[in-house]
Design a protein around this ligand. Sequence first.
Ligand code: SAH
Length: 357
Amino acid sequence: MGKTSIFKYTFEELETLLVEQGFNKFSAKQVFDWIYVKFETDFNNMTNLSKSLREFLSENYEAKPLNDLVVKESKDGTIKILFMLDDSRTIETVLMPQKYGQSVCVTTQVGCKMACKFCASGLIKTERNLESDEIVRQIFTMNKLLREKFKDDPENPSARVSHIVVMGIGEPMDNFENVMKFVNIVNDPKGFGIGARHITISTCGVVPKIKEFADLKTQINLAISLHASNNEVRNSMMPINRAFPIEKLLDSIRYYIDSTNRRVTFEYILIDDVNDRPEHAVELAKLIRGINGYVNLIPYNEVEENPYRKSNRIDEFFKILKKQGINAIVRKEFGADIDAACGQLRAKREGVLKNEI
Ligand code: SAH
C-alpha cells in the first residue's frame, strides 16, 4: 500500500503518533519545523532526527507537494495553479498578491454539489471531498513556489502565504471536518502559523454547520454567499435556499455573531437584471440592518454556459447601500486574463467549457 501523507497530521496527532512509536516527544516539533519552516520533503535529510526516526518516517510516510499541471501568472501578479491529485483528479488554487500580504484561495472538493446556477463549479459533478492533507498541500506548494520566487530575498514578507480564503471550488461546510483539520494545521505556530483572523471560510449557507462552526468559537472569519435580498430571487439562483431559506440563514448568522463576537461578510454577486435593481439594494439594506457585518459586492464573472450576465449597476447599488447606512465594498477582480475565477481553468481542461486552455 501507499505511504500515508504526513500533511494529514495536526501537531498534537503527530506528537501522539511519535510517542506511541517510542520516539521522543520533542521530535514532533522538529518534524513540523523541517516540513513547514524549512520545506524539507525528504525525511532522510532531516539531520537532527535520530536515524531510527528517519527510517520509520521514510518507510511509512511521505511529504509530497502537489503536482502542478498548469501554472499561470497574471499581469497583476495573480498565480493560478491547476494541480493534479494522486488519483489524477484536478483542482485549482489561486494566489492573489494583496496590499496586506499573499492571499491564497483554496479548493475543498473536487466539483461541488450545491449547484448554484451562476457558478462554473456546478458544471463539474462532485467526485469527492478533499482530504485535509490535500488542502494543506495547496498552501505548502504555493509557499514553496513563493520561496523560489523570492529566493534572493527570503525575509521579504511576500515570500510566504499570510492569508487564506476558503473560496475555491467546493462547499467547505459540506466537508467540514477536513476543512477544520486543515485550518488547525496551517494555523499552528510551530508550522505555517497563519492566524485564524487571516483565514476566511465562505459558505452558501449550510445552516446546521454554521451553528457547529459558531460553537467552535474560533477567530476564523465567516463569509456568507447571500447574493439575493429575498427568497424568491435566492431560490432561483441557489438550490440550498430551499432547504435553508434566508430567515433561517440569518438566524444562524446572528447565532455565530453572538457566540464569537466576530462580524460577518455578506458576499453579493451582482448579476444583470436578476439581483441588481435599486429596489434590491434597498431590500438588502433592510434585511441585514443591525447585523454586525458588511457587504462585499462582487462583479459577476460570466460563465458562457449559463444565461447570467455581468451587472452594470455596481456603483449605483453600492451608493444605495451606503446611503442606507450599510457598510459595503466592491471586490477587486484578480487574474481576469488567466481565468483565475471560479472553476474556469479546471472546467476548461475537463472540456466542460467551450474554449481550450
Ligand atoms: N461554496 C462556497 C465557497 C466557494 S464559492 C460559497 O458558496 O461561498 C466562492 C464565492 O464565489 C461565492 O461567494 C460564490 O457565490 C462566488 N462565485 C461563484 N461563481 C461566481 C462567478 N461566476 N462570478 C463571481 N463570483 C462567483
